[in-house]
Design a protein around this ligand. Structure first.
Ligand code: 10D
Ligand code: SF4
Length: 318
């Protein structure tokens, strides 16, 4: 059986930075450090960091006074930032810079007098963070039907921003519906959907032309990973989201000659290798990477966690 590996797949720059913030905080300040929400939506990552001394909580009220506190890559509402400040908690913010950029954009539109529409999924922490950062009422839509239901006059000056991990295709349709309803509309097209999400979705689309089964490595609560599986299904390829090799069901392999394998932005390569090992227990394999985009994006750590050498290198020349 042939296994084709999507390129790119797995960790994005925001996830690498967020994990490094937790690891370096433990090294620098000692365990335990408290992380508000799963640092990224991957059980294996969370458990590995827990073993190193991270404590994961959902609310700041669970963080003891004075404890090092880390905000997850998905971002937080301003009320959470304020609560941490009022308690004097030492905070390291692992919000992905591309999520923070969406917060800034939203605030800018509101400051210019526009009513803000957020395209995203209700209840997702990134969506809750973005709504809570904007400091004005936000209208959340997650489908074309939601756009039709918006209780806003057609001539309202409106603007939209989007969650970073949406389906590019679905979001294009929603933006088209917004354009059709609101002549005075501003927004970034689909560019709030981050580079990593766009690249992983494009790679899966290419993969689907070549395979008769798609396996996406990622946790159930990972938005971007779920979107990858949906692309497989939309292309008529049986597709499964699995956390690791143990979740592989050998019945899926019946009659399959070629398997496509990818991983969400929060899933470590270690788990991809674990799935390959599980496949190997059932079939002889030929594993090959697909051609694809090579990513070079890197985000800097917060200044207090940069190594002395890196901090010196980053300092402006005199
Ligand atoms: O659920 P999700 O796709 O937003 O998050 P996950 O932690 O799986 O992947 C990283 C993406 C982030 C932090 C949102 F930008
Ligand atoms: Fe940042 Fe995109 Fe990764 Fe989210 S998926 S952490 S927005 S790079």
């Amino acid at each position: 059986m042939r296994v084709l590996l999507a390129q790119p797949r797995g960790f994005c720059a925001g996830v690498v930075r967020a994990i490094e913030i937790v690891e370096r905080s433990i090294e620098r300040f000692g365990a335990p450090v408290y992380v508000r929400h799963e640092i990224v939506h991957n059980r294996h990552v969370v458990e590995t960091l827990r073993d190193k001394g991270a404590v994961f909580v959902e609310e700041l009220s669970e963080v003891p006074d004075g404890a090092v506190t880390i905000f997850s890559a998905h971002g937080v509402a301003q009320s959470v930032v304020d609560q941490a400040a009022s308690r004097g908690l030492p905070v390291l913010d692992a919000t992905c810079p591309l999520v923070a950029k969406v917060h800034m954009q939203g605030k800018r539109y509101v400051a210019r007098g526009r009513t803000l529409i957020l395209v995203g999924h209700a209840g997702h922490p990134e969506v809750e963070g973005t709504i809570g950062q904007v400091g004005a009422p936000v209208h959340l839509v997650s489908s074309v039907e939601d756009v039709a239901r918006l209780d806003l006059p057609a001539d309202a000056p409106v603007a939209y921003v989007t969650q970073t991990t949406l389906s590019v295709d679905d979001t294009r349709s929603i933006i088209a519906a917004l354009e059709a309803r609101f002549p005075d509309l501003e927004g970034p097209d689909v560019s709030d959907i981050c580079y990593a999400t766009q690249h992983r979705q494009a790679a899966v689309r290419d993969l689907c032309a070549e395979v008769d089964l798609l396996l996406v490595v990622g946790s159930r609560n990972s938005s971007n990973s779920n979107r990858l599986r949906e692309i497989g299904l939309e292309h008529g390829v049986p597709s499964h989201l699995i956390a690791n090799g143990r979740e592989l069901d050998p019945a899926w392999l019946e009659g399959v000659k070629s398997v496509g394998l990818t991983a969400g932005a929060s899933a470590p390569e270690e788990l991809v290798l674990d799935v390959i090992a599980a496949l190997r227990r059932h079939r002889d394999l030929q594993v090959a990477p697909m051609a694809g985009i090579k990513e070079t994006v890197e985000f800097r750590l917060p200044p207090e966690l940069r190594s002395p050498a890196a901090a010196t290198a980053a300092a402006p020349a005199e």
